[in-house]
Design a protein around this ligand. Structure first.
Ligand SMILES: [Zn+2]
Length: 192
């Protein structure tokens, strides 16, 4: 089943590539409105390319580009904070190779929580690959108008296609131990 927003002027397929069922329902609803406004008012087709990311995938992305020394230090830090569930995910994915793409440990990306979506802009069916293109600024402004937080406006690490539900970082809201316990219960059903 595809997911559609129907308006008087357009029928807009939001996408089949991300699993909307795994996205926070409040956020999913708001994002659909944002994408609809981008399309209908601005003629920018924002296609979601990424939604939920598992902790294992996050761990792989975090490990790639980091030295074993740095990885082992982080594993020890997690264990010292009684975060064995997160530590074991970092261990279990094994060695990875690739460019530096994230600063977020598993559990510390809003994508892990279903509260972030990345989109690629298309105009007249042509993908807009540069994050500096004005289409991303428009998308970010619409997202902000709807109360969301846009990665295009991040000061330290601009992330043009990224939009998230809240403005805070996860560690502004939870301790690392709370994150560990949340995912342990969610993913394994095992009480802590
Ligand atoms: Zn993102």
């Amino acid at each position: 089943m595809t997911d559609q927003i129907k308006t008087s002027s357009a029928s807009y397929i939001t996408d089949v590539r991300i699993n909307w069922d795994k996205i926070n329902p409040v956020f999913a609803n708001t994002m659909r409105q944002v994408l609809g406004v981008c399309f209908v008012k601005h003629n920018i087709n924002m296609i979601p390319t990424f939604g939920i990311r598992t902790l294992s995938d996050q761990a792989k992305l975090w490990r790639q580009s980091r030295s074993s020394l740095e990885i082992n230090q982080e594993i020890q830090k997690l264990k010292a904070s009684n975060c064995d569930y997160l530590a074991n995910i970092l261990i279990s994915v094994g060695p990875q190779n690739g460019p530096h793409v994230t600063n977020s440990l598993p559990g510390l990306s809003w994508h892990n929580w279903g509260e972030a979506i990345d989109c690629l802009a298309f105009v007249n069916n042509t993908p807009i690959m540069s994050g500096d293109a004005p289409e991303y600024a428009t998308y970010a402004q619409v997202a902000v108008d709807y109360g969301l937080t846009a990665g295009d406006l991040f000061k330290s690490f601009k992330d043009a296609g990224h939009v998230q539900l809240r403005k805070q970082e996860i560690l502004d809201l939870y301790t690392i131990k709370e994150v560990n316990d949340h995912f342990q219960v969610c993913e394994t059903g095992r009480e802590v």
